[in-house]
Ligand binder design. Structure first.
Ligand code: GTP
Ligand code: MG
Length: 314
């Protein structure tokens, strides 16, 4: 059997190999993705984002267990934060998730943040496809909500869970811009801290500034470390899913995701061609600097050459 056949048959080793293959864009990875595409589209994807140390991994771990009780096959993609300060926490994640690793109904994968801008979201999108073909019913994606590339990752999932912590209300103005718009479901974790209720109210107030919600994001409390508030969070995610499915929103989000994938692929192909062409134009660039040529003519000329050539398709 070929790798893709093993993958869709639910072979765990094949799944790990397939993710590495697409993540590293090894030879034949596009052909591989084409083969598995007809076997995708079934999985529901949920992103968990929020500040470093908010308890995202702990929550994901508990949510996975909750979903496993419902006999759902679950995939987890943890996008490793770039900050060296959080390395210890990552190690912690691995240890905490160790017991999930022995469950054949759970597949966990960490993704590095190396590569160019858009690299993570591209690799994550591809990994989602692989886990979908592997037969996961639900795929959870954990990212630290700090940089643009993490926000890009989050934009590709069906439901975005925004993990907050008590006291965030103090500087809620600062996080308002990015955070309030992308969260579909909010959860204030670490509710063993007595400021949690106040933070929940503050978030609700912020949300209620906008009166025209088609789906007003629910806000709940959780103590992930004690497995408290998980049922309510899972219910809220489910409500959001129902809303998406009963409107045209789910299709809209998935169209966005598909568009993004196509966009990234074309960009990649064009960029590679462009880099090659630029290498051959070093003399012209020098002339441009000396004033014998200009960058606009060179750029336009290269663009025309690229558009005329049929070399894109390889
Ligand atoms: N008090 C308290 N601590 C918690 C709770 N949930 C998680 N923690 C602790 O908070 C710390 C960070 O938890 P993680 O789950 O690693 O947080 P994270 O958001 O995944 O962290 P990064 O991935 O590094 O951004 C750990 O020490 C957890 O044990 C909670 O509900 N209450
Ligand atoms: Mg984490």
């Amino acid at each position: 059997m070929e790798l893709w056949e093993k993958l869709i048959a639910g072979d765990e080793v094949a799944c790990a190999r397939a993710i590495s293959m697409v993540e590293n864009e090894k030879d034949g990875y596009l052909e591989f993705l084409r083969k598995i595409h007809p076997h995708t589209g079934r999985a529901y994807t949920i992103g968990f984002t929020g500040p470093p140390g908010a308890g995202k991994s702990t929550l994901v771990d508990k949510v996975v267990k909750n979903l496993r009780e419902k006999d759902l096959k679950v995939g987890v993609i943890a996008v490793d934060p770039t900050s060296p300060f959080t390395r210890g926490a990552i190690l912690g994640d691995r240890i905490r998730m160790a017991d999930l690793n022995t469950d054949p109904g759970v597949f966990i994968r960490s993704m590095g943040t190396r590569g160019s801008l858009g690299g993570i979201s591209k690799a994550t999108l591809a990994a989602i496809k692989v886990l979908d073909a592997y037969g996961c019913d639900v795929i959870l994606v954990e990212t630290v909500g700090v940089g643009q590339s993490e926000i890009d990752v989050v934009k590709t999932v069906d439901t975005v869970v925004m993990v907050m912590v008590p006291g965030l209300g103090d500087d809620i103005q600062a996080i308002k811009a990015g955070v309030m718009e992308i969260g579909d479901v909010f959860v204030v974790n670490k509710a063993d801290n007595d400021r949690a209720k106040k933070t929940k109210l503050e978030i609700e107030m912020m949300l209620d500034f906008n009166k025209d919600w088609a789906f007003r994001p629910p806000v709940s409390l959780a103590i992930a470390a004690e497995n408290t508030g998980i049922d309510e969070l899972v219910d809220n995610i489910h409500d959001h899913r129902e809303y998406l499915e009963n409107s045209d929103e789910l299709e809209k989000r998935r169209l966005n995701r598909e568009t993004m994938q196509i966009h990234q692929l074309v960009e990649d192909i064009m960029n590679k061609q462009l880099d090659q062409k630029m290498d051959g134009r070093k003399e012209d660039v020098k002339k441009s600097l000396d004033g014998d040529l200009d960058p606009y003519s060179i750029g336009f000329d290269i663009a025309q050459e690229l558009l005329k050539s049929n070399q894109f398709i390889k």
